[in-house]
Design a binder for this molecule. Structure first.
Ligand code: MLT
Length: 319
C-alpha cells in the first residue's frame, strides 16, 4: 500500500461488503481488533469503529492523540464521553437508524412473548408437563393477554419508537406517545400525551428514548406508582432509563403485570439481580440490533461515515 495516511481500527467484526468499501480507500490502513485489544491501538488510531460494549471515556481519549473520528456501530452513544470528544475536536457519529427495524421487531417479539407467556409454554412442553391429564390446567395456567384493544404508551417517538408504534397499531392497539422533542403536528398519527397521563392510561408501556441526563432513572418507583392499569413494561432502549430495583418492587406490589428487557443497568446482568428471580420478567442479552440485515447496514454506514470524514471532511449526523 502506498503511504497510508490514516490508521483505522474496527472493534470485533466487519461485513465483507464493508471491508470492500474500506479496501477501495487506499489511504486508509485498517484492521479488525478484538474489543479487549483496542487499548493497545489507541496511540496510533486516526479512526475507530466501536460498539456499545467498548466504553470511551476521557481515559481512552487521552490515550488516542491522533484520533479524528469515532463511529459507533449502532445508535446509542451514552458510553462515549461526547464532551471530551468535543473539547478535543474529535468527530463522533453513529449509524443511527440502521438497526431501528431490528430493535422494533425485537420489542414486539418480547411484548408478545410476555403477554402470551411463550417462554413458559415452551419450558412446560420440554419438561414433559403436557400430558393428557394436565392439558386443561396447563392451558389455563398459560392464559395470556391480547395486544388488540390495549392502550400502548410509547416513551420516545424516535426511529425505534415510531416503528414499534406502527407495528402495534397494526395489531389494533390504541397507540399514544410522550416525547418532548416531537409534536403531533410533525405528521405522526399517534396521540401525544404528557408523561404522567401516559403512565396513568397505558396497559402496555414501551421505552425508546436515548439514555441522557434527562432520561436516566425516568421510570423509578415514584413514576411506576402513577400507573393505574397494572401495565406491562418493555425496555429495549437502555437499562438505566428504568430503576431495576424499583421495577422489581412494583412487580411484587402488583403495580406492574410484567417486565421485559433487552438492556440492563449493568451488562451482562449480574447473577444476583432480582430480575432473574421473578416469574413476571422476560430478559434477553442486548440483542435488539442482532439481525443479519441490521448488522450489514450498520457496518456499511459506519464505514461510509468514517471514509467521508477522514478523506473528505464530510459530516452527517453526529457531534
Ligand atoms: C445500539 O445502540 O444501536 C445498540 O444497542 C448497539 C448494540 O447492539 O450493542
Amino acid at each position: 500500500m502506498a503511504n497510508p495516511k490514516f490508521e483505522v481500527y474496527i472493534v470485533d467484526e466487519l461485513s465483507l461488503r464493508a471491508q470492500r468499501q474500506l479496501k477501495s480507500a487506499s489511504s486508509i490502513l485498517w484492521r479488525i481488533v478484538p474489543a479487549r485489544a483496542l487499548a493497545k491501538y489507541l496511540p496510533r488510531a486516526h479512526g475507530i469503529i466501536l460498539r456499545s460494549t467498548s466504553p470511551f471515556s476521557k481515559k481512552e481519549f487521552q490515550k488516542a492523540p491522533h484520533l479524528k473520528c469515532l463511529v459507533m456501530a449502532g445508535t446509542g452513544m451514552d458510553h462515549i464521553d461526547l464532551k471530551e470528544a468535543q473539547s478535543r475536536g474529535i468527530y463522533v457519529t453513529n449509524a443511527a437508524g440502521a438497526n431501528a427495524t431490528a430493535a422494533a421487531e425485537l420489542t414486539v417479539g418480547l411484548l408478545i412473548s410476555l403477554l402470551r407467556k411463550i417462554p413458559q409454554a415452551d419450558d412446560r412442553v420440554r419438561r414433559g408437563r403436557w400430558t393428557p391429564l394436565t392439558t386443561l390446567p396447563l392451558r389455563k395456567s398459560l392464559r395470556g393477554f391480547e395486544i388488540s384493544g390495549k392502550h400502548v404508551g410509547i416513551i420516545g417517538l424516535g426511529r425505534v419508537g415510531r416503528r414499534v408504534a406502527a407495528r402495534l397499531q397494526a395489531f389494533e392497539a390504541e397507540v399514544s406517545f410522550c416525547d418532548p422533542y416531537v409534536s403531533e403536528a410533525n405528521g405522526t398519527p399517534f396521540k401525544k400525551l404528557p408523561f404522567r397521563r401516559l403512565l396513568e392510561t397505558s396497559d402496555i408501556i414501551s421505552v425508546h428514548t436515548p439514555l441522557t441526563s434527562e432520561t436516566r432513572g425516568l421510570l423509578d418507583f415514584q413514576a411506576l406508582q402513577i400507573c393505574k392499569k397494572k401495565p406491562f413494561l418493555v425496555n429495549t432502549a437502555r437499562g438505566s432509563i428504568v430503576v431495576e430495583q424499583d421495577v422489581v418492587r412494583a412487580l411484587n406490589k402488583g403495580l406492574l403485570s410484567g417486565f421485559a428487557a433487552d438492556v440492563f443497568e449493568t451488562e451482562p446482568i449480574p447473577r444476583t439481580s432480582a430480575l432473574l428471580k421473578s416469574e413476571l420478567t422476560l430478559l434477553s442479552p442486548h440483542v435488539g440490533a442482532q439481525t443479519l440485515e441490521a448488522q450489514e447496514r450498520v457496518h456499511e454506514i459506519s464505514v461510509q461515515r468514517l471514509i467521508d470524514y477522514l478523506l473528505d471532511g464530510k459530516t452527517e449526523g453526529g457531534f
